[in-house]
Design a protein around this ligand. Structure first.
Ligand code: ADP
Ligand code: MG
Length: 380
């Protein structure tokens, strides 16, 4: 496979107002008794998109996925797939398949039989099944393991059998609910890339549920961040990270420092926020806000610079404090700086060189500085 990056970079149907969504979830609500698991949720997913539903446990991700699969019916709203309203279409008639975790494999059947199971149920001919199974085995690189039983495979191999089984019927959409949850970290990372390659090569639409933000960031074209049955933000991983639309998303994805203050000026795309007498934050690329209103400012640790040299403009995007904690993590160092106000901020810096002259030490007086476009204003 070649030049995947270039293909992906130009893949952004959601930015095209004329593009039709492949899956349209329209005002879908799901109640269990008087509990609302999915709350008036709408979103669009495009053909060949790798889409992730990300959120804390219990926020309604699996319920939404199960409604796409047809295992649950919405209490209200509709789900349209490729132009057809899915209400009343049973799971087995939907061009959708759900990949279950590997422990859902039939233990008494060989890998080959596990993969063939759904095809046999559909009454496919023996020759066709043989061909399709071989193709699937090749796809997940398990040709040599066709005759083994699941308990003779490693966790990662079992996961690949589960994947092959769910793709054997060539669904248009594959739904994956925490697909890699049972794998250890290293294997999980490898399998993430395999899944991405597969999705690309087969030209399918994948909807994956995960509570692991790194996993969502790695694999997905777009991420829907969910909370309490609602979608809080839908955007690309970079947008979610660099331009979270709310305090919730800023805090949920990655590490962040949040400063609270009052808007003291707002002109064009520039906003000034006064945090306290020792710190005023100037931001560019912001939406206008009423002067006097409360606002937050979110900035990632790697966008904060720690220096010992006093800045040209002390107090403007620069605050002094003392080095409270230094954590050397190998590839980077994380500094905790206790500002004059008492607030502790986190700053990280890459260790591009093996040794540093005159390194930082605990309790040292330092400045924390940042650029005007390094963070985002939070309205809420
Ligand atoms: N069949 C059900 N009956 C009652 N409550 C349910 C049922 N299925 C899910 N729930 C509740 O709905 C909420 C969302 O569940 P779920 O979609 O599984 O969350 P997630 O996958 O995000 O962890 C949870 O509080 C869960 O207890
Ligand atoms: Mg779940």
């Amino acid at each position: 496979m070649k030049s995947l990056g270039n293909i992906r970079r130009s893949f952004a149907p959601w930015t095209d107002p004329a593009a039709k969504p492949f899956i349209a979830v329209k005002n879908v609500t799901k109640r269990f008794g008087d509990f609302t698991a999915v709350d008036d949720l709408s979103l669009n997913i495009y053909h060949r998109e790798f889409f992730a539903l990300l959120g804390a446990s219990g926020c309604g991700k699996s319920t939404l996925l199960r409604m796409l699969a047809g295992f649950e019916q919405p209490t209200a709203g509709e789900i349209v797939l490729d132009g057809t309203d899915l209400a009343g279409t049973p799971p087995y008639k939907r061009p959708v398949n759900m990949m279950f975790q590997s422990y859902a494999l039939f233990p008494h059947m060989t890998v080959e039989k596990n993969i063939a199971f759904g095809l046999r149920q559909d009454g496919m001919s023996k020759d066709e099944i043989g061909e399709r199974v071989l193709q699937m085995l090749k796809m997940v690189k398990l040709e040599k393991f066709a005759a083994r039983k699941p308990n003779q495979l490693s966790g990662g191999q079992r996961q690949r059998v589960a994947l092959a089984r769910s793709l054997a019927k060539r669904p248009k959409v594959l739904l994956l609910d925490e697909p890699l949850g049972a794998l250890d970290k290293k294997l999980r990372e490898e399998t993430q890339f395999e899944l991405m390659d597969l999705q690309q090569n087969l030209g399918l639409t994948f909807v994956v549920v995960t509570h692991d933000q790194e996993e969502a960031m790695t694999m997905a074209d777009r991420i829907a961040v969910m909370s309490h049955g609602k979608v809080v933000q839908v955007a690309t991983p970079a947008e979610i990270y660099e331009a979270p639309n709310s305090r919730f998303v800023a805090d949920f994805i990655g590490d962040v420092n949040i400063f609270d203050g009052k808007v003291t000026a707002s002109l064009g795309d520039k906003v000034e926020i006064s945090v306290d007498e020792s710190l005023t934050i100037r931001v560019t690329g912001a939406e206008p806000l009423p002067v006097g209103s409360a606002a937050g400012f979110a900035i990632r640790p790697e966008k904060l610079k720690v220096t010992r040299t006093p800045p040209a403009n002390p107090g403007i995007n620069a605050a002094s404090g003392e080095l409270w904690d230094i954590a050397y993590l190998g590839d980077m160092t994380v500094f905790h700086v206790k500002l004059k106000s008492g607030k502790v901020v986190k700053a990280s810096s890459l260790n591009a060189q093996r040794s540093v002259e005159d390194p930082f030490v605990y309790d040292q007086e330092v400045w924390v500085t940042f650029a005007e476009d390094a963070g985002v204003v939070l309205k809420d």
